[in-house]
Design a protein around this ligand. Structure first.
Ligand SMILES: Nc1ncnc2c1ncn2[C@@H]1O[C@H](COP(=O)(O)OP(=O)(O)OP(=O)(O)O)[C@@H](O)[C@H]1O
Ligand SMILES: [Mg+2]
Length: 328
């Protein structure tokens, strides 16, 4: 028997538990809230919940962050003819398209307040009113929402309706970050190396032990998506080659995360002035750190940063001037 949750690869205990829970709630009509950092597989999980639900209707994915603010209401709930300029005929929205299926609301934290109220009604009563319509429509629509944000925090800050939060979070499924999945890094790396190589019509290269150990230790801020991209990158090395750490994209070769260098934002200055001060400080810090990293070699630094040598020299000149002033 094929299992919808097999699309979610991973054998670590946390993923096994998650799949078990998801399997048990898939066939119920309960709303589901999926949490997890970017690239952890929230959409894959949402799809799997739908596929395992036995629901006849479609899986309709909506990115709440990408909806045009002025059109969002009609995109979601549809409109009737004449509801606004340009509404030449009745049009169903995405909610209606998910009739008897699943409406996947991605980045739910970005849904504007006014729409949160309408969504609450849909979740509570299964009804909605198209823009300009007198009557409500009704349908069986299963809601699955996803967010990487702390939705409870959004509630505390007053950006997200508390009642809607409680309705959506009846079942919470949390995807662990890739760095917390232990052996799964290897499993996923092998998997993606195979699928990406196959896509390119190549034989998957062999990864050295050193490389596998290195992948285990990386922090993977972009999670599974980032790992997949890294494997796609490795899949284009020459046929039959054995790949090692040096073959990784440069960003992933080093274990230590690059230091975060952020100058302070000066709200005590007018905007343009604050921006100039901020940019000057940014350039200075960036170039200083870059040159330190490359032992003062301007050519190597320019290559690594994708900058012109003269640009680096100019900024360095400013740095030296500033140093000189300090000494006075
Ligand atoms: N467990 C997994 N097994 C196989 N592929 C996975 C798994 N998790 C994620 N992926 C793949 O990683 C990529 C990102 O997954 P997905 O789009 O579901 O992440 P997301 O959590 O929705 O990310 P974002 O928050 O950025 O929208 C996709 O290419 C997906 O196929
Ligand atoms: Mg997503």
């Amino acid at each position: 028997m094929s299992d919808a949750f097999e699309s979610l690869i991973g054998g670590c205990a946390a993923m096994e538990r998650l799949r078990d829970r998801a399997r048990r709630i898939a066939e119920t009509p309960l709303p589901v809230l999926i949490k997890g950092e970017t690239g952890t597989g929230k959409e894959v999980l949402a799809r799997a919940v739908h596929d395992a639900s036995g629901r006849r209707g479609a899986f309709v994915a909506v990115d709440c962050a990408a909806l045009t603010p002025s059109l969002v209401e009609s995109e979601l709930f549809g409109h009737v003819r004449g509801a606004f300029t340009g509404a030449a005929r009745d049009r169903d929205g995405l909610v209606a398209a998910a009739r008897d299926g699943t409406l996947f609301l991605d980045e739910i934290a970005e849904l504007p307040r006014a729409l949160q109220t309408r969504l609450l009604r849909l979740v509570q009563e299964g009804t909605w009113r198209p823009v300009g319509a007198d009557a409500h429509e009704r349908a069986d629509v299963r809601i699955v929402a996803a967010t990487w944000k702390d939705l409870q925090g959004e509630v505390r800050e007053g950006r997200f309706r508390e009642d809607l939060y409680h309705r959506l979070a009846v079942v919470e499924l949390e995807l662990p970050a890739l760095r917390d999945r232990g052996e799964d890094v290897r499993l996923l790396a092998e998997h993606f190396l195979h699928t990406e190589s196959k896509r390119l019509g190549r034989t998957p290269p062999k990864l050295s032990h050193r490389l596998f150990n290195h992948l285990d230790k990386l922090s993977w801020p972009g999670n599974v998506r980032e790992l997949r991209h890294a494997m796609a990158y490795l899949a284009v090395v020459p046929q039959g080659a054995r790949v090692d750490i040096d073959d990784l994209p440069p960003r992933l070769r080093r274990l230590t995360a690059a230091p975060v260098l952020g100058p302070d934002v000066r709200t005590d200055l007018p905007y343009l002035e604050a921006r100039r001060v901020w940019l000057d400080a940014f350039q200075a810090r960036y170039v200083q750190a870059l040159l330190d990293e490359h032992g003062g070699n301007v050519s190597a630094a320019a290559r690594a940063a994708g900058l012109d040598r003269r640009t680096i020299q100019r900024i360095r000149g400013r740095l030296l001037d500033a140093d000189g002033q300090d000494d006075d």
